[in-house]
Design a protein around this ligand. Structure first.
Ligand SMILES: [Ca+2]
Length: 267
């Protein structure tokens, strides 16, 4: 049994080594991150680790899904679902799926990092839901330049959308986001519908802003060669949506003494 487990682990590691690699100078994998095989990660609108087990179930149900089972989470992980945040899943279990070993997440392990069945269901975590019918959008973008639009644009986006776009450009490049059109259901703190931008490979670190309403956000420039955009709409009231363009540029350009106007003509 132990030998089998060791072989399985070795097999997984080899598979991961293939799945994550440098290609054309871009570090990437071949999957849709954060939402895969009908499984997705959610946190409370109040922030990370705010959901009791009962609330976690309600979050999934609200969106027409249910808590993911261990098997569903593992199936999603096998095709690249990687989230560095512990969440409830089926039967009061807590854990998170790790594809790529990292020192800061998952104790350097790959697999479902399993905290086991929790005796105290009042503990607060995030949640992993399963909904095979959720509308998919987003993706991993590696082109040097591309337009990103809300789903259905120029029509209004629909309710209950969750989209993640991961932008990865060549090492040594940075990314500039320029908003072209923006109209997302407005509320004071963007709790209903919103677009979030992260100066990071995931939506865990590097928070750069949360946007709603119809005010066109300023340009956003990354510090590295990756960025993540997250769009979420709730169960009611839609709007026109958004359109933005990202452009990769050589980091060395930005470090030279260009004025912002000059810089804008360069990228
Ligand atoms: Ca809405």
């Amino acid at each position: 049994m132990r030998l089998f487990a060791a072989l399985w682990t070795l097999g997984s590691l080899l598979k991961e080594a293939q799945a994550w690699s440098f290609k054309n100078g871009v570090f990437h994998n071949s999957i849709w991150l954060e939402q895969a095989a009908g499984v997705y990660h959610r946190e409370s609108r109040k922030g990370r680790y705010q959901l009791t087990y009962k609330e976690a179930m309600a979050v999934c149900k609200y969106e027409g899904g249910a808590l993911a089972t261990y098997e569903q989470l593992e199936a999603a992980r096998q095709i690249g679902f990687h989230v560095c945040a512990a969440g409830w899943f089926d039967r009061g279990r807590v854990g998170y799926p790790i594809v790529k070993a990292g020192a800061n997440c998952g104790f350097g392990k790959v697999g479902i990092i399993d905290y086991g069945y929790r005796l105290n269901r009042s503990e607060k975590w995030d949640v992993y839901c399963y909904n095979p019918n959720s509308k998919e959008c987003g993706g991993v973008l590696t082109n040097p330049q591309k337009i990103i639009q809300s789903p259905g644009f120029p029509d209004e986006y629909q309710d209950e959308q969750i989209c993640y776009w991961h932008i990865r450009v060549r090492l040594g490049q940075r990314i500039r986001l320029r908003f072209l059109e923006f109209d997302v259901e407005e509320d004071m703190e963007c709790m209903a519908d919103y677009l979030e931008v992260y100066d990071s490979y995931d939506d865990v670190s590097g928070f750069a802003g949360r946007f709603c309403g119809d005010y066109l956000p300023d340009d956003i420039i990354s510090t590295g060669n990756v960025m993540t955009l997250k769009f979420l709409s709730d169960a009611s009231v839609t709007s026109g949506g958004f359109q933005l363009q990202y452009t990769a540029f050589n980091a060395s350009l930005f470090s030279q003494d260009y004025t912002y106007q000059e810089f804008n003509t360069l990228v």
